[in-house]
Design a protein around this ligand. Sequence first.
Ligand SMILES: Nc1ncnc2c1ncn2[C@@H]1O[C@H](COP(=O)(O)OP(=O)(O)OP(=O)(O)O)[C@@H](O)[C@H]1O
Ligand SMILES: NC(=O)c1ccc[n+]([C@@H]2O[C@H](COP(=O)(O)O)[C@@H](O)[C@H]2O)c1
Length: 173
Amino acid sequence: MYMRRAFYIGRFQPFHLGHYSIIKSIAQDVDELVIGIGSAQKSHEPKNPFTAGERVMMIRHALEDADIAHYAIPIEDLQRNAVWVSHIISMTPPFDTVYSNNPLVIQLFKEVGIEVRQPPMYYRNNGYSGREIRKRMIAEEDWKTLVHPAVADVIEEIHGVERLKQISKTDID
Ligand SMILES: Nc1ncnc2c1ncn2[C@@H]1O[C@H](COP(=O)(O)OP(=O)(O)OP(=O)(O)O)[C@@H](O)[C@H]1O
Ligand SMILES: NC(=O)c1ccc[n+]([C@@H]2O[C@H](COP(=O)(O)O)[C@@H](O)[C@H]2O)c1
């Protein structure tokens, strides 16, 4: 049986409602979705506070109510862009379409002949970006409305805001 399977990659630091809404719309076009958790080796950095495992939890719980067959697969960065697509293919279920707005990701997949689609941005100006959410966490401003409630629960369970604040302090001593 032929399955239409797509690949969608992001850092998901954290997984927010922009990602969620894109995934829901991709799901209408395919049977299954492979979600790549990029920069999987990174955590405990201001730009990448959460581990790959914590990001797996966010995605799993957020998509529990969404009826989308998916696999969330951590993908470590490589020093060699030229072999990055092969690295992904070696780690994932087979897919025939990629969804991304990242110019390097688009270029690398197109060069090996894989179809790339660019999903529309979901209220990016209203704060639906990882950078804005991390900024609000540190500033103690509202960020929970920008993520699925299940993601807020995961972040609470792992004391994510406290971690982000701690690792974002300037090292002055
Ligand atoms: N609001 C959004 N609507 C639609 N797609 C989005 C939105 N925010 C991010 N994306 C897309 O989701 C993919 C993964 O993005 P990523 O995890 O880097 O999120 P981000 O919010 O852009 O992160 P950061 O601000 O931390 O760089 C990228 O292709 C990105 O363009
Ligand atoms: N050579 C590489 O390791 C390589 C190349 C292109 C993208 N990536 C990763 O893919 C992800 C792309 O996600 P964004 O679209 O959210 O930027 C990032 O984690 C990025 O580090 C890695």
